[in-house]
Ligand binder design. Structure first.
Ligand SMILES: *[C@@H]1O[C@H](CO)[C@@H](O)[C@H](O)[C@H]1NC(C)=O
Length: 149
């Protein structure tokens, strides 16, 4: 019984700390229309408004303007503060446009909660090809290793 009471006390304490913590504003990375998840997108943070309880990352994989060559798609990354509800709604609405294929345009929204939680962005696209290649190499070399013993 004694141990139960101690557990209950520490749960109350944890809850209290969480409550106090939630009074401080969330901190998110911010950037607008960057081509890489470097420099601005991982160096600039802001304090969110009180009601903004989530960090949002929007990643687009898009074709360049018409005077450039069509084949060279690039990432367009934006990060900001948002309410969890609005961010989730936007992510859901974008769902069908979020394919992360390298050969067509896509538009993804990611939401997360926690200070500076939007550091990483899931880029897909060209990286997907590379990791697919690496995976294939690993699988083939494992198969070779297995059969050539
Ligand atoms: C990047 O995306 C933002 C919206 O997320 C858009 O306003 C901006 O025009 C885009 N930038 C380019 C270069 O297309």
């Amino acid at each position: 019984m004694e141990i139960l009471r101690k557990m209950k006390n520490s749960l109350v304490l944890i809850g209290l700390l969480g409550f106090i913590g939630s009074c401080f504003a969330l901190e998110c990375y911010v950037c607008l229309g960057q081509r890489t998840n470097k420099d601005k997108c991982i160096k600039t943070t802001i304090q969110c408004e009180q009601e903004q309880d989530a960090c949002k990352t929007q990643i687009r994989w898009q074709q360049p303007r018409f005077w450039q060559r069509v084949s060279e798609r690039y990432h367009n990354i934006s990060k900001s503060c948002e309410t969890k509800a609005r961010c989730d709604a936007e992510a859901a609405a974008k769902g069908f446009k979020c394919m992360r294929d390298w050969y067509r345009d896509w538009d993804c929204v990611e939401c997360c909660q926690g200070d500076r939680c939007n550091y990483y962005a899931t880029l897909g696209g060209s990286q997907t090809q590379l990791s697919f290649l690496l995976l294939t190499i690993v699988l083939i070399s494992q198969a070779l290793h297995h059969y050539l013993r």
